[in-house]
Design a protein around this ligand. Structure first.
Ligand SMILES: [Zn+2]
Length: 328
């Protein structure tokens, strides 16, 4: 079997038949192995280190209403960081869209008695738009199902637009300071460009599907994507322990912002949810009894139904035992 070595420092590289690019773990140089890829187009968003992320975790605990009160019983179990690859690029879309929207049209008139009246009816209005814009798209360069917090991280990236550095320009010393495990890139540049063009069309189509009652013509084309690059985004997960259960918080590596988190349910919230269960049972019981007493069986059926939905919902919340927090 062929042994791959880093083009810059000669260190052996771990390569599988699917590897598109192998970033040298010693010097950080991106080595092109297979598929279509320009290594100059790989950029990295520099990450905070493990200690800084742990500090960001404790700050997020201080700012969290529920976690703050149990912070003395929280213990960090593990802090894990990765660079995850995403394809980013700009796609120019252009073309025509004809669509129809049903609208309510009202008019006021004076009737024979001299009173003012309003008369309404539905009309179909036809519109034509000429679409001409550049979409900034980002998509995972990996095929597998995304893990918890990934969507939140991508949203945070699009909002904050952190600085990126071309990977080939990072010196060994800088890499030593910034390095983390890099997850494999599984989609090459050609595939990414194809997907971006399809995504761009979908974005426009979805926009019109949501505002139109009917699309009569959709003739929008997507140009070849521009400024396409593979961006390595640092994502950190802090695993923490509270009363024998493990929870986790996901942080953006560039600014230490918590983007998603699972949290224990506090006793206060548990009590709120238990209150919901009790209320559901009460509605079911009273409504059921009242309905039966006055022979209004439909009413008692509704009350019992509503009651059991309520208690079921809150009961499920209690059993779940944890909450999900998003967006810091
Ligand atoms: Zn190397």
């Amino acid at each position: 079997m062929e042994v791959y070595r880093c083009e810059r420092c000669g260190a052996p590289l771990e390569v599988s038949p699917e590897t598109i690019v192998a970033v040298c773990p010693y010097c950080g140089y991106p080595n092109h192995i297979s598929g279509n890829m320009t290594v100059e187009n790989i950029t990295l968003v520099p990450s905070l280190n493990k200690n800084a992320v742990a500090q960001a975790f404790w700050r997020s605990v201080e700012h969290d209403f529920d976690l703050k009160r149990i912070k003395d019983s929280i213990e960090i179990v593990d802090v894990e960081g990765y660079y995850t690859p995403y394809w980013v690029g700009n796609v120019h879309v252009e073309g025509d869209v004809d669509y129809t929207v049903r609208e309510e049209e009202c008019e006021t008139y004076t009737d024979s008695q001299g009173n003012t009246q309003t008369r309404c009816h539905t009309v179909e209005r036809h519109y034509h738009d000429y679409v001409d814009e550049v979409l900034r798209l980002i998509g995972s360069a990996r095929r597998q199902i995304q893990s918890f917090g990934v969507d939140d991280l991508v949203r945070h990236y699009s909002k904050t637009r952190p600085d990126e550095k071309p990977l080939v320009e990072l010196g060994e010393g800088e890499w030593e300071r910034l390095k983390l495990e890099i997850l494999n890139t599984e989609i090459d540049e050609n595939q990414a460009k194809l997907m971006m063009r399809e995504d761009a069309i979908d974005v426009i189509r979805n926009r019109y599907s949501s505002k139109a009652d009917r699309i009569d013509r959709f003739d929008v084309r997507a140009d070849e994507p521009e400024n396409v690059r593979l961006v390595l985004l640092p994502m950190w997960t802090v695993y923490y322990k509270f009363e024998n259960s493990i929870y986790h918080s996901v942080f953006a590596g560039w600014d230490g912002r918590r983007v998603a988190s699972t949290e224990p349910m506090s006793t206060l919230r548990r009590a709120e949810y238990m209150g919901g269960v009790a209320l559901g049972i009460l509605i079911g019981a009273i409504g059921g009894a009242y309905g039966a007493a006055v022979s209004a069986y439909a009413l008692s059926g509704i009350a019992i139904g509503l009651g059991s939905i309520l208690s079921g919902y809150f009961g499920f919340k209690v059993l779940e035992g944890q909450r999900v927090e998003r967006g810091g």
